[in-house]
Design a binder for this molecule. Structure first.
Ligand SMILES: Nc1ncnc2c1ncn2[C@@H]1O[C@H](COP(=O)(O)OP(=O)(O)OP(=O)(O)O)[C@@H](O)[C@H]1O
Ligand SMILES: [Mg+2]
Length: 532
């Protein structure tokens, strides 16, 4: 039966919006909002739309305790709208046939959802009590989005979303306010479990009492880790989501945010240009992968790049790039079908990469990576460590077991940290800074060529003693001073890009390539544009 016929048949029931039906449809599923912030001791300190005009973020602060809450304020559905909404969801859930062939499931649903809403609209005629655009917003949120948490996914200020169990507020990591509770929560185990099953389903994975751990990628690239019921987490199911940015942070953003200075960024650009092996250090969530991605975007497009990751987080503009991603076993704890980083790093060498990127080294894959670097490939990777000494200790201990003699194969190591800064209004704000950069001379001999001064918020860069520049001078036929001049030009280009807000990774790539291909022309065009 065609979708239209089915709908017209159901239309008889749908049009019967009576008080009984409305009574039946009480609340949207899994939805519970605390109204705590409405108390007089809370004042609104920030508000912005997430999907205008239906949902807003309202940030409130308790004036006596300083507690900050992230509130999702959504225009609710009235009883009539809720009934229609539920009918549409029912229809789409139970009667829509699965798409045939290789169509984009999202587009298929979107198209059908639109048609179904339109047909309901025709069937019900002009009804002043119904706002169709509001209903569409809720249908899209429910069917294609993340349900009642969807507004959090729409907020670009939110980096992480986590749930520590039922009846506890959902926490977010907000760019301005750090880790803060929201007014959203799952009222009980059932609703939370249902939501986690939905997440697993969306990720095309499985979670159950038998396999109570989920580590997967959601549509849109968000990384989810979850536990199910009370099997491994004492107070019930939990989950945490690291949101993925469609539009990655670039070196231009990093300069703009103050994470690096333009001088330091120019130095990193030179490192990438000459394929120097670079290690990015930091604690969890510090910004290691982001920095890795921003640096890799500066690699010459002529280089063959192969990346190896556990979850596909990298987004590069270069075409000559192969992205390899490990595959977990379907059986908890490992087993057949599993392809880990170690195997992928081994196979990646068959691709003869100029630059081998490993998302994060943790285990025996580090050894293969160092062997690759020893045989002339360049490496770019991250490691969970707070400073160079801790990093080298980790690298040379089990399970990585890198011999001491391999340590100088790393040319440069840097550490990125979450720090706090005071903004114009005198508030403490979280920020990221590359706090130290070392050039590696030998095992135990590290030359600190940049240190961030937290008092002045300045990067003290000392390139006059740079070993890396000396090494580049040896291979490039350029003198040390010519390289310093080159750095100055790159710095100018980067500053021009910041001022002109050319920040997306794709538009930035055009300028980076131009610098490689026709530097004079680029410098000339920048000069011209500067005078305009
Ligand atoms: N320089 C920066 N400025 C602002 N936000 C940043 C910066 N670097 C990273 N972030 C944000 O911080 C969050 C964590 O970044 P990222 O995933 O790179 O950290 P990580 O150190 O790789 O974390 P993990 O240890 O979990 O792998 C992301 O949401 C990212 O957008
Ligand atoms: Mg990471």
């Amino acid at each position: 039966m065609s979708i239209i016929k089915k709908l017209l048949k159901r239309g008889k029931e749908v049009s019967a919006i009576g008080s009984e039906a409305i009574e039946e449809a009480k609340e949207l599923p899994a939805m519970m909002r605390s109204r705590k912030y409405l108390r007089p001791e809370y004042k609104v300190i920030d508000t912005y739309p997430l999907t205008d005009p239906w949902v807003y973020a309202v940030i409130t602060e308790n004036t006596s305790t300083g507690e900050i809450i992230y509130n999702v304020e959504e225009v609710g559905l009235n009883g009539h709208e809720l009934k229609v909404f539920k009918d549409i969801i029912d229809y789409l859930t139970w009667e829509l046939e699965p798409p045939k062939g290789s169509v984009d499931v999202r587009e298929y649903f979107q198209e059908h959802a639109k048609n179904v809403i339109r047909l309901f609209q025709i069937k019900l005629g002009r009804t002043p009590v119904l706002s169709w655009s509001k209903i569409s917003y809720y249908v899209e949120r429910e069917i294609l989005g993340y349900g009642f948490l969807d507004p959090l996914f729409r907020d670009p200020n939110i980096e992480d979303i986590s749930c520590n169990g039922p009846a506890k507020p959902i926490y977010v990591w907000h760019r301005k306010y750090e880790s803060i509770p929201t007014n959203l929560l799952f009222p009980n185990d059932d609703e939370l479990n249902k939501y986690i099953l939905k997440l697993a389903h969306m990720a095309g994975k499985h979670i159950s009492i038998a396999y109570p751990i989920l580590d997967a990628i959601l549509p849109g690239g968000h990384r989810v880790a979850a536990t199910f019921e009370k099997e491994v987490s004492t107070s019930g199911s939990t989950f945490t989501i690291r949101k993925f940015r469609e539009d990655p942070i670039t070196i231009v953003d990093m300069i703009d945010f103050g994470t690096v200075s333009s001088e330091l960024a120019a130095y990193f650009w030179l490192l990438m240009d000459y394929k120097l092996t670079t290690l990015i250090l930091g604690v969890a969530g510090a910004g290691k992968t982001t920095t890795l991605n921003a640096l890799a975007c500066l690699l010459r497009p002529t280089y063959k790049i192969v990346s190896v990751e556990d979850t596909p987080e990298l987004r590069l503009p270069q075409d000559n790039w192969v992205q390899l991603v490990s595959r977990p076993s379907h059986i908890s704890g490992g087993g057949p079908g599993k392809i880990d980083l170690f195997e992928l790093v081994k196979v990646s060498l068959r691709y003869r990469p100029d630059v081998l990127i490993v998302g994060e080294v943790r285990g025996e894959e580090a050894y293969v990576l160092f062997q690759a670097i020893a045989t002339g490939h360049s490496g770019l990777t991250t490691l969970h460590a707070e400073n160079i000494d801790a990093a080298v200790k980790r690298l040379t201990s089990p399970p990585m077991n890198i011999p001491h003699s391999y340590i100088p194969l790393i040319n440069v190591a840097m550490v990125i940290k979450r720090v706090t800064r005071i903004d114009e209004s005198g508030r403490l704000r979280p920020a990221r800074r590359i706090t130290n950069v070392w050039e590696i001379e030998d095992y135990g001999k590290y030359l600190e060529i940049c240190r961030w001064d937290p008092v002045r918020d300045k990067f003290e860069v000392r390139l006059s003693s740079s070993l890396v520049l000396k090494r580049i001078a040896e291979v490039s036929g350029k003198t040390f001073n010519e390289l310093i001049d080159d750095l100055g030009l790159r710095k100018l280009v980067l500053e021009w890009l910041v001022v002109n807000k050319i920040r997306s990774y794709r538009s930035l790539a055009k300028y980076i390539n131009k610098y490689y291909v026709n530097r004079e022309e680029l410098l000339e065009s920048i000069k011209v544009k500067k005078h305009e």
